[in-house]
Ligand binder design. Structure first.
Ligand code: ZN
Length: 268
């Protein structure tokens, strides 16, 4: 939610909108909330409703102590009496996105670091104290970051456009997305036959994984990047991952290749 706000250094009272009869909150979000963000927003509204709101600077206060000061004693009392701990808040980690995908374990691990923002892109390595050239090896123009590499690097865009060409609204939303996690979470559900459903579900993960593979080939071995090869590998790996699905036996790889457009359109 914080990432979505266009007023990150605003004070709490500045987000408040008062009319004669109501008080509401405007967090200055740059787009409408998705369902899972509303799940975070609703408890936040409840919390905001309980506070005394005054104009002035915000400050931290420890609510388990009457003076608002953190003490180890108050923390100890809190955790040694479980009923004092309110039901666990909505856990922001997108568990199903990472661990419930029908992909091999190494891909899950990769997705896990990606969702945590810890993929070893150059910006992350430099933040950890390395001193690498910050420019993306793929385009040579912008800083390499997770968002840039996987979504906005020109050849990555070409790949997304290639696979999403039939759905220009979905493709256009890639420019409003604030993170790869957000993009994956917003990946729409689809109708279609069983093969379409599997392919569609695996598609974004396959694209991201193959971009990473080509990026590493480029970074470590200076290999050429061609979108044609990337597309082939994406289709190939979807087929390979799909092997754990028993229904795949009814199809041949050739069916996937020759009927690709219909399959991702959900028309076949
Ligand atoms: Zn780049």
């Amino acid at each position: 939610m914080f990432n979505l706000s266009e007023k990150k250094d605003g004070r709490v009272y500045e987000m408040r909108q008062i009319t004669e009869t109501t008080t509401s909150w405007n967090l200055h979000l740059r787009r409408n909330m998705h369902v899972w963000e509303e799940e975070q927003y609703n408890p936040l509204q409840g919390t905001l409703a309980q506070i005394n709101n005054e104009e002035g600077d915000d400050s931290w206060s420890w609510t388990k102590d009457s003076r608002g000061i953190f003490t180890v004693k108050s923390m100890y009392e809190l955790i040694s009496t479980p009923q004092k701990i309110s039901p666990s808040p909505h856990h922001p980690f997108p568990y199903t996105l990472v661990w419930k995908k029908p992909v091999p374990l190494n891909i899950k691990m990769f997705l896990w670091t990606l969702v945590l923002g810890r993929t070893q892109t150059v910006d992350n390595l430099n933040r950890k104290g390395q001193n690498l050239v910050a420019v993306c090896v793929m385009c040579g123009m912008l800083e390499e970051s997770i968002l840039h590499l996987f979504l906005h690097y020109p050849k990555s865009l070409e790949i997304w456009a290639f696979f999403l060409g039939f759905n220009s609204d979905l493709y256009a939303s890639i420019f409003e997305t604030g993170s790869v996690t957000e993009w994956l979470l917003a990946w729409p559900k689809k109708r279609g036959n069983d093969l379409s459903l599997i392919v569609w579900q695996l598609l974004p993960v396959a694209i991201i994984w193959i971009i990473w593979k080509f990026r590493n080939g480029r970074t470590f071995s200076g290999k050429e990047i061609t979108t044609g090869k990337m597309v082939m590998e994406i289709e190939g790996i979807i087929w390979y991952w799909g092997g754990i699905w028993p229904g795949r036996r009814r199809y041949r790889f050739q069916d996937l290749l020759s009927n690709w457009d219909n399959i991702i359109n959900g028309a076949s």
